[in-house]
Design a protein around this ligand. Structure first.
Ligand code: BGC
Length: 462
């Protein structure tokens, strides 16, 4: 049970007491960075890797596009509620993309691995028929946005499910093999899976195609994750022969930083709302940092806070208990962006959201309070992501760099970009310059580019 708030406080003091946990000082963010940096080292080091929460998986992607890649590729994108199949044509000047999105029903997200991969194979089969690609053996890049231990560019074992997925029988298995078998079972298609990549990696690759200063990829969407280019000497985990002259002495590391805090090290900043959200999630105790940042959870944190304020009689005095505000998962993260886009006293978006939630008895003061809660929760999210990026920027020590960002939260929230930029400036070592740049279709284009780079390097070897 959360602690009661003292009766003698004024209404605004009570509200403050219930939301102050979202306001963290710069010193606290620096402490978080210190812990994060230490955990990243644990992830990269052979003898501590197995106990580290941040896995720092080497991806086997070691070369960025040099602009000479060409050809047609299939790309797959699985990670949220949708599955996309793309046909990507790359030439030196342009990238042309045709794609189709297929829904993944929740029963499949929570069903068996075989159901999931059969569903995916069916979608690929349809796409190939519709685009007249039968008989063409196109190289395929697969963006699979879950933590995977890679054993090669096209061999990746799922280490655990995250976000809304929990399909039985997939953890520990090679995703490429599962896809291959499903394609064989369900279609007659012959594709060559050339690469499996995380969406953060795809985002970095896609942006690096046009900007050589790009060193970090960040996803702020349903989930949250980052990757960066690391020198092999710093990757204790790397024991593959690296005399391969086709590659520079580097590899992209998929940090999987969403799992930071799973060992309890973030408990000192978690609020009662974070704890409740975690208890009722499909993966309690897991992905603690992700749950404080990403789009899958932000709306619910706001909802839990408003629920508490309502039960203390501080907001929505006239709200009906049947309202969706009191139902788990019904306050969407897009509402946070909409509410924070209200800039005058009319609160048009906020009123619209309240109507959708079935609350029709509210005051202007209620609107101010709901907006205040949204700004606190989203600022904490942006600042935590900024602390993560600042940690990476300080590790890399490059005087100037670009960070490629993708994901619905970053795209649609009105203040995310500015909040993050300001906080990173405050947290990075003196003189290090950075630019946050929106990456377009990292998951689709990025996966095709990884495949394209692999094909280019393969042709150099023969
Ligand atoms: C996954 C990452 C992914 C991120 C963004 C997280 O839940 O673990 O692999 O990159 O979501 O989609």
């Amino acid at each position: 049970m959360p602690p009661p708030i003292p009766e003698q406080l004024t209404k605004y003091e009570k509200i403050e007491a219930l939301v102050k946990g979202f306001k963290l000082s710069t010193l606290t963010y620096k402490r978080i960075m210190h812990l994060l940096d230490a955990e990243m080292n644990n992830g990269l080091t052979k003898h501590t890797h197995h106990v580290a929460d941040i896995k720092m998986f080497p991806t086997f992607v070691r070369s960025l596009p040099d602009g000479t890649e060409t050809g047609s590729f299939l790309a797959l994108d699985l990670g949220g509620t949708n599955f996309r199949v793309l046909l990507v044509k790359i030439d030196e000047l342009d990238v042309d993309i045709q794609s189709k999105t297929y829904l993944i029903p929740q029963r499949i997200m929570l069903g068996t691995g075989q159901q999931l991969f059969d569903h995916i194979a069916d979608c690929i089969g349809k796409f190939i028929n519709e685009h007249d690609l039968k008989g063409q053996k196109l190289p395929l890049g697969f963006t699979f946005s879950f933590p995977c231990r890679q054993e090669g560019l096209a061999k990746a074992r799922l280490s655990k499910w995250t976000k809304g997925f929990r399909c039985e029988g997939v953890v520990g298995e090679d995703i490429c093999q599962l896809l291959h078998e499903a394609l064989k079972r369900r279609t007659n298609t012959d594709v060559e899976i050339v690469a499996i990549v995380n969406d953060a990696v795809g985002t970095l690759m896609s942006a690096a195609h046009g900007d050589r200063a790009c060193e970090i990829g960040l996803i702020l969407g349903t989930g949250c994750n980052a990757c960066y280019m690391e020198t092999l000497d710093n990757v204790g985990l790397w024991d593959t022969d690296n005399k391969d002259k086709a590659h520079p002495n580097q590899v992209i590391i998929n940090t999987e930083w969403g799992a930071f805090g799973d060992n309890g090290c973030l408990d000192f900043v978690r609020t009662e709302y974070d704890r409740e959200l975690d208890t009722y999630s499909i993966n309690p105790g897991k992905q603690i940092m992700e749950k404080m940042i990403s789009g899958m959870y932000m709306g619910e944190i706001v909802r839990l806070t408003l629920e508490r304020l309502t039960s203390e009689g501080l907001v929505f005095m006239g709200a009906d208990r049947d309202s969706l505000l009191f139902e788990r998962g019904k306050f969407y993260t897009k509402y946070v962006s909409e509410i924070e886009s209200d800039h005058d006293e009319f609160f048009r978006n906020t009123k619209q959201v309240l109507e959708e939630l079935g609350i029709d008895n509210f005051t202007t003061e209620d609107c101010k309070i709901i907006k205040y809660v949204c700004t606190l929760v989203s600022a904490r999210s942006a600042f935590l992501a900024a602390a993560g990026l600042a940690t990476l920027i300080n590790r890399l020590k490059k005087p100037e760099m670009t960070i490629a960002v993708d994901g619905s939260l970053y795209r649609f929230h009105p203040r995310f970009h500015n909040l993050m930029s300001l906080k990173i400036k405050e947290l990075v070592h003196n003189g290090l310059k950075f630019k946050l740049s929106l990456s377009h279709d990292g998951s689709g284009k990025g996966a095709a580019l990884v495949a394209a780079v692999a094909m280019r390097l393969r042709s150099l070897k023969v």
